[in-house]
Design a binder for this molecule. Structure first.
Ligand code: HEM
Ligand code: NAG
Ligand code: NAG
Ligand code: NAG
Length: 314
């Protein structure tokens, strides 16, 4: 399996139209202790806050889907016009964790390790430290200098159907298999009511609740997210084992207990349904596919410099 993944990566990077090739040993000479320092920063943050791994994994996904994996998601803006300030940013948090990792790495080797690589490595660590798989992250990404809130509109929405999801992924060189495997990231973390509200209240003119949701599950969601919800930060964990990286997401999906229409949409074609069943039945198959797709997603090329401060272009 490892050999197949390695071959696949060589193929991907050798023929990728996306730009500079990344490599596993990129910092071996330039900053040999970088990965260890990043892992320690994630571990330290996790000790105080169990929600950190989910936040970091999602942050990396958002980063890669806008302008490639160039850490543009980390840039601050003075006028609320950076990606961070765009609407789908809801619940993006734990930016401080990446800043702490960057500080640790800068102390070892100033100006060498990009924020984009730190985020890619941190996402890998977030998965591994939550009981998921680990893998070699190809490195050598550069950081971008542009971040626009308006571009977050091009992130996939939780209301997307299968053709919209397919389009969003294929525009970034990702396949239907990548879509199904990467959606398994929803084994970690939390969602606010607003992200699935339209499925559980006033769904359409004739149905109050999306009939594709398991009725018992819909009732429990409606109790935490009433129509005129006043509770700040109300919502639901993505799956009951929200801090454990496993294949529970797919098992729940088959019982129609997933939060988003975009999750449920994976059951609307025979091909994606087949993959959901495969991943529900075999954790091993899911983990292999997830690693392969993460390497692919995290290799979408973007930036041009190594930022000294992850919040500011040089
Ligand atoms: C397929 C398209 C996707 C859509 C439409 C989508 C949508 C969402 C939404 C709406 C939330 C909840 C935000 C909130 O209400 O707080 C969320 C959370 C999350 N997503 Fe996705 N997502 C997608 C793909 C991915 C991918 C590819 C990953 C990573 C591999 C990922 C990882 C996560 C994680 C870990 C959370 C929880 C964040 C936290 O607890 O802080 N998602 N996603
Ligand atoms: C997310 O974007 C909204 C809308 O622009 C903004 O009001 C909010 O402060 C942002 N949230 C974070 C965590 O940056
Ligand atoms: C998905 O949504 C788009 C936009 O609303 C619509 O044009 C398309 O027909 C839908 N596709 C499916 C398979 O439902
Ligand atoms: C409401 O949604 C259901 C299930 O998707 C569908 O069968 C029905 O035609 C929809 N009704 C309207 C008025 O759109």
């Amino acid at each position: 399996m490892a050999a197949i993944i390695a071959l696949l990566c060589i193929f991907l990077f050798a023929f990728s139209p996306l730009g500079d090739a990344l490599s596993s040993n990129y910092y071996d000479q330039k900053c040999p202790k970088a990965e260890e320092a990043i892992t320690n920063a994630i571990k330290n943050a996790m000790m105080n806050d169990q929600t950190v791994p989910a936040a970091i994994l999602r942050m990396h996904f958002h980063d890669c889907f806008i302008r490639g994996c160039d850490a543009s998601v980390l840039l601050h803006s003075t006028k609320n016009t950076a990606e961070k300030d765009g609407l789908p940013n809801i619940s993006l948090h734990a930016f401080y964790v990446i800043d702490n990792a960057k500080k640790a790495v800068e102390a070892l080797c100033p100006g060498v390790v990009s924020c984009a690589d730190i985020l890619a490595l941190a996402a890998r660590d977030a998965v591994a430290l939550s009981g998921g798989p680990t893998w070699d992250v190809p490195k050598g990404r550069k950081d971008g200098i542009v971040s626009k809130a308006s571009e977050t509109r091009s992130l996939p929405s939780p209301t997307f159907n299968i053709s919209q999801l397919q389009k969003s992924f294929s525009q970034r060189g990702l396949s239907m298999e990548d879509l199904v495997a990467l959606s398994g990231g929803h084994t970690l973390g939390f969602s606010h009511c607003s992200s699935f509200q339209s499925r559980i209240h006033n769904f359409n003119a004739t149905q109050d609740v999306d009939p594709t949701i398991n009725p018992t599950f819909a009732t429990s969601l409606r109790s935490v997210c009433p129509l005129h919800n006043k509770v700040k930060n109300a919502g639901s964990t993505m799956d009951p084992s929200a801090t454990t990286f496993d294949n529970t997401y797919y098992k729940l999906l088959l019982q129609r207990k997933s939060l988003f229409s975009s999750d449920q949409a994976l059951l609307s074609t025979p091909k994606t349904t087949g993959l959901v069943s495969k991943f529900a039945n075999s954790k091993e198959a899911f983990l292999d596919a997830f690693v392969k797709s993460m390497i692919k997603m995290s290799s979408i090329n973007g930036g041009q410099e190594v930022r000294l401060d992850c919040k500011k272009a040089n």
